[in-house]
Write a protein that binds this ligand. Sequence first.
Ligand SMILES: Cc1cc2nc3c(=O)[nH]c(=O)nc-3n(C[C@H](O)[C@H](O)[C@H](O)COP(=O)(O)O)c2cc1C
Length: 162
Amino acid sequence: MKNLVVYSSKTGNTKKLAEAIYDYLPGEKEIYPIEQAPDPNDYTFVAVGFRIENGKPDKAVEEYLKKFIDEKELFLFVTHASKPGSEEVKKAINEAKELAKRAKIVGVFECQGEVPEEILAEARKQDPVPEWVKDAEAAKGHPNEEDIERLIKLLNSLDLPL
Ligand SMILES: Cc1cc2nc3c(=O)[nH]c(=O)nc-3n(C[C@H](O)[C@H](O)[C@H](O)COP(=O)(O)O)c2cc1C
C-alpha cells in the first residue's frame, strides 16, 4: 500500500497544502512536484494539487490528471485567488474531475492562495481586468493555519483507503 502526493505549484501555496497532506498520511508515502511525478496508477491513494490559472486547472495538472487510467482513489486540492466557493472555482474543479474521469474522487479541498504583487501587477494590465484580481486582497496570507486545519479535518472525515 503506497500513498502519493503530487502538487503543481508556481508560488508555493499549493505546495504548502501538499506538505500538510504528506505529513498527515500514514505508512509508505511519497511526495513530488508535478514535473517529477511518477505514474499515479502504481499507488493506492493519490492526492493531486493544483492552482487555478486563467479560470482553469493549470496546464501541467491537466496533463497529469489524464493519466489516471483505472478507478484510483483520488483526492484533489486546489488553491486560487477567487472567493472560496465561487462559480469560477466550482467550474475549475469540475474540469479537473472531468479530466480524471476514470478515477474515484474521494474528496476535494479548496482555499485561497496569496498572489505575489508582481503577478497582480501583470494581471491588472489585462483588459478587462480578470475577476479574480478583485478577490486577491482577501487571499493575502492564505493558505494559513486555519486552512490547514480545515484540510486535515476533511481528510479525517473521509474514509480513505490508507
Ligand atoms: C498567471 C496566473 C493566473 C492566475 N489566474 C487565476 C484565476 O484565473 N483565478 C484565480 O482564482 N486565481 C488565479 N491565479 C492565482 C493563483 O491561482 C493563486 O495565487 C494560487 O494560490 C497559486 O498557487 P501556487 O502558489 O501553488 O502556484 C493566477 C495566478 C497566476 C500566476
